[in-house]
Design a protein around this ligand. Structure first.
Ligand SMILES: Nc1nc2c(ncn2[C@@H]2O[C@H](COP(=O)(O)OP(=O)(O)O)[C@@H](O)[C@H]2O)c(=O)[nH]1
Ligand SMILES: [Mg+2]
Length: 283
């Protein structure tokens, strides 16, 4: 059940302390982000550059304004969810909640409708079974910090990335459940996430991929990345998926499919995963 979850999750995200960003986790701006790993100068440098860079700078303004819009509405949505908790009649509360969820999904979180088509965007989907570490991964990328709370509902996030002086709006969709048709048709690239400590989450990746292939004819052309998340690899939670099995799965998904182990607590490979997830647009 959706139940206001994406808002809740985004609220948790916004609670972090973004590194080098301009706001909450839904809207972190990262000037200088570059898929090649070398800082590209950021919007200020872009404005002073070639004509094509100036176009990028214009998009940057539109993107920042969109991120601001996105951020400014969320507090009101969270406030409404809190107020709904106070409605004594459970049926009425549920009806109001469903309407708010609908508004949130189709307008507040909308990633397509509110921005001019001319602004280049990148739609990155994150999918994997419950508790595979998707939200912790996304949160780490957006804020540079580790989020302790479980967040089963997923969420949608926006971030400006600048590549060679060009601004792009990166749309991240952390999917709360299995990949459905709308998610599958929406994505430009997919990060499949499983937990290295959970066999079922590893098996889910192949099943999710197979499901997406049934739903989308050109699924083979969609770039994918495989991510195995590490927890503390502590006693009582041993690693159950070894490197060779993970690499074998990656190879089954795609020839030369990138595979990374990540750790949200100390940030291992997190930046690289997202750089790879967006790199395909420029290659
Ligand atoms: N110690 C540690 N815990 C993690 C890490 N990544 C995820 N977790 C924990 O694993 C649980 C599930 O993570 P979450 O991101 O909510 O999974 P999701 O359901 O796929 O979004 C949460 O309790 C997280 O705090 C990590 O890198 N280190
Ligand atoms: Mg989650």
């Amino acid at each position: 059940m959706h139940g206001g979850g994406s808002g809740e999750n985004a609220a948790k995200g916004a609670g972090g302390s973004p590194s080098g960003g301009s706001g909450g986790s839904g809207a972190v701006v990262a000037p200088g982000f570059s898929p090649s790993g070398s800082p590209s100068g950021g919007p200020a440098a872009a404005a002073a550059g070639s004509p094509s860079s100036v176009v990028g700078a214009n998009h940057s303004l539109a993107i920042r304004q969109e991120i601001q819009r996105f951020e400014s509405v969320h507090p009101s949505i969270y406030a409404i969810y809190d107020l709904i908790e106070l409605i004594p009649d459970p049926l009425l509360a549920q009806q109001v909640r469903e309407h708010v969820v609908c508004i949130e999904d189709s307008f507040v979180n909308s990633q397509e409708w509110t921005l001019s088509r001319g602004v280049p965007d990148l739609r990155l989907g994150i999918v994997g079974s419950l508790s595979s570490g998707k939200s912790a991964l996304v949160h780490r990328y957006l804020t540079g910090s580790y989020m302790q709370e479980e967040s089963p509902e997923g969420g949608r996030f926006k971030k400006e990335i600048v590549v060679d002086g060009q601004s792009f709006l990166l749309l991240i969709r952390d999917e709360g459940g299995p990949p459905e048709a709308q998610f599958t048709s929406w994505v430009d690239a997919v990060i499949f996430v499983f937990s290295l400590e959970n066999e079922a989450s590893f098996n889910a990746v192949y099943n999710y991929y197979a499901k997406m292939s049934q739903l989308r004819r050109d699924m083979r052309d969609v770039p994918v990345i495989l991510v195995g998340t590490q927890d503390a690899i502590a006693e009582g939670r041993p690693r159950v998926v070894d490197d060779s099995r993970a690499r074998k799965l990656a190879a089954e998904l795609r020839p030369r499919c990138a595979y990374y182990e990540t750790c949200a607590t100390y940030g291992l490979n997190v930046e690289r995963v997202f750089q790879d997830g967006t790199r395909f647009h420029w290659n």
